[in-house]
Write a protein that binds this ligand. Sequence first.
Ligand code: CAO
Length: 570
Amino acid sequence: MALIEVKVPDIGDFKDVAIIEVLVKVGDTIKAEQSLLTVESDKASMEIPSSHAGVVKELKVALGDKINEGTVVVMLEVAGAVAAAPAPAPVAAAATVAPPPQPSPAGGGSHAASVSGPVEVFVPDIGDFDEVAVIELLVKVGDTVAAEQSLITVESDKASMEIPSSHAGVVKELKVGLGDKVKKGSLVVVLEGTAGAAVTLAVNPPPAGEGRVGASVVAQVSPSASPPPQPSPAGGGSQTVVAVAVPAHDPTAPALNLPHASPSMRKFARELGVPLAEVKGSGPKGRITEADIQGFVKGVMAGAVQTVAQKAAAPAPAPAAAAGGAFPGLLAWPKVDFAKFGPVERKDLSRIKKISGANLHRNWVIIPHVTNHDDADITDLEAFRVATNKENEKSGVKVTMLAFMIKAAVAALKKFPEFNSSLDGDQLVLKNYFHVGFAADTPNGLMVPVIRDCDKKGIFQISQEMGELAKKARDGKLGPAEMTGGCFSISSLGGIGGRYFTPIINAPEVAIMGVCKSAIEPKWDGKQFQPRLMLPLSLSWDHRVIDGASAARFNVYFASLLADFRRIVL
Ligand code: CAO
């Protein structure tokens, strides 16, 4: 066993490139050439591979660090004796604003290229890549491009890079298509010069020891595939672009708002058919992450997001209430001239209805809801509630059945913690606090104020806070802080009527209890029917988190507490 340093190989003219992903951790067993890091510049992202197979003993870099050729990335324990850590893998790949295949003045020196006739722009030296696929066309015929403006994006399994134009001009012919394979010397576009769009390329011999061109993009190739860097003789053969005079920016040139994503994310997006340009990146500098792509797909599936292509294909704009028309394959919302059938009036949806409608729609579409119905015998609790209110008439606080239900919900959340959770990707966030929301019917629409720390509050305090919050909701005075942070919600239609319903879960919560109007029902006590006050319960739950058996147990326990509230202190 030997411990070796794995260093950043030759990455061309890139200096101080930021690490945007660390792909291994201490203890990982890795193969030679396995990617260790992703680094990114403004034009290319690339993965830095390991020179050896082994076990990662120490990580020498972290997210956000800037690296250069020779930076030690990891300490690797490798099998057997390693004579010497290999020289950093050379990168023969460096794309330049100078088009290598184009005629250059013999022996270097200065060269002024005034572009007036047609100019062919070729793929420059991209190193050891034999053939890379064109994954994006960034210009089209008729576009005016500036020198150095990216023309196409190419991608291998380790890097994606943009191929810049060597000259300014107007694109007359596009010589490559999406999916074409290109390599050094492939013709990309034919440009025709525009007035004043001259580029001056000063081509000088390279400084001693430097054998490569000034890179505007660079690609990492596997260490084993690349020859060691060959020092070039001072002043000899190869050319280095040391100065580029670019014409003033052409305001008519297309604005490039290219998606910022690593090669693996581009591949992932392509596999899913996701238009990366439409995905908003949440990573550093707006980089698109896997979660962003997944979120985009979910949004499209839920109808909350429409791709540009879907928008273009939509037959007619659907009304707000019919955002579901965005489902791929679904008919657009029917557009009906109701006045044809009788007199009508139009009224704008309230702001609250618009907001709550969008939230309810998302929750209903995304969450696999199941609703379990049950009944609670609240005969004794209702008698206790009425007596309590009578005794405390002067206090000004009316104890409601909902307050008892909130306390019962807290006890049930403690007994069944998955009901007090939220989904966060592949993780379940279990909460150690007990904030319970209650649906309030207001003139402007449904609102769900949240009572905090219900585990620490008594029935009187909960009743009082509920009264205050319900009043604020009806007066339109609830603040956002009073409607967020809930763990579980209760929607009571008990004061109105009905038997059972299917409440929609208030995401990111995973369950909601709906209650309807209690009624006296005959209940068999083993000998005879007894008149009992029965409260209908409807528990909706998220089947991604909760199973039917747990939901049935939750309801049974909840109902047992309401049937005999003394159980809450057991
Ligand atoms: N069964 C029978 N009667 C009930 C009851 C039940 N389950 N729940 C409440 N009542 C009675 C109360 O005892 C009260 O009667 P008294 O005036 O004789 O005492 C009356 O109904 C009115 O109660 P309330 O509605 O004022 O009080 P509450 O605590 O039950 O509810 C609140 C408060 C804010 C939840 C309620 O006013 C409300 O807005 N409910 C609608 C919620 C809603 O819209 N849900 C649907 C959302 S869609 O998912």
